[in-house]
Design a protein around this ligand. Sequence first.
Ligand code: GTP
Ligand code: MG
Length: 336
Amino acid sequence: MVTEEPIEGVVKKKYMFLEDLPGIGPATAQKLEELGFHTVESLAMATAKELEPAGISEKKAFSVIEAARSSISVSFVRADELLKMRQSVLRLTTGSKAVDRILDGGLETQTITEFYGEYGSGKSQICHELCVNVQLPPERGGLNGAALYVDTENTFRTERIVQMANHLGLDPQQVVKNIIYAEAYTSDHQMFLLDNADEVIKENNVKLIIVDSLTAHFRSEYIGREMLASRQQKLNKHMHKLIRLARAFNAVAVVTNQVMAKPDVFFGDAVHPIGGHIVGHTSHTRVYLRRASHGPIRIARLVSSPYLPEGEEIFKITENGIEDVSEEEKSKSRWR
Ligand code: GTP
Ligand code: MG
């Protein structure tokens, strides 16, 4: 199906399905799907080399990708258009106004946000909360969308989602239906899931893509120095896929990464990311989580962002989910 609809006053061809693209027949479309390209959006973000296994020559690949790009209007852009793209960035609340503040209003679409910290620091709890919050309307900090949860450690709990949904006055049955869950058994399986996620994302209006944990499988499968390079290369590819999905569908992407305190460092708060420092060059916001004491209070520190300053705030994990710490609790707690 090809529709011609005006995009900002200019009539552009809009291709709905792969087979609508010039030069793509049913057989090629099927091969592309086997490679994980199910939508015009994902093709627009592909490289010519990635299409080679579908029997598409380099020259043809360029024209197919170009057509896909023209359809979703990603191409060379002028700086003022870049500004427009930035303006289409949406924000998702964490559930804590304080944490949202260090993130300048919440987690951004079109970027990857990494939560890293020790076990029990609240990485998975934040992921659960985000799955509920993304379903809220924009005036409540949500994106009116669904969530995709890639779980590598089998820590996703529907009961927890129900608690959080009830607290926000949402229908838990409905909220649970809008979370698409996939358990990844190995790092390859984890990669496969994302490589084939575009259709599910599109069909379900997914606005939040979570990989919890990004690094656990890689860490247990790629052991020793000699495997480090191939592990980083795969992680890089995986992150790249994620960022492309986040951009193509204007979705929030979240990954978690466990870190261990370095026992041999006595001063400061030295932590050591297990997967090594993952890809620094992708558009990437990093938030370090740690416990304040033995209670429910946690500290979130914005460690790096493409443009925001570092900042630190506290929040708490309760039956209700992720919440702000009241002034009264702050004055009682040893923190501050
Ligand atoms: P790893 O995945 O092991 O690296 O840890 P994580 O950072 O993902 O930790 P997670 O988000 O699972 O946090 C676990 C902590 O959240 C627990 O120790 C509790 O303090 C808190 N928590 C989890 N579920 C509940 C709950 O239902 N009620 C309350 N009040 N707290 C909870
Ligand atoms: Mg976890």
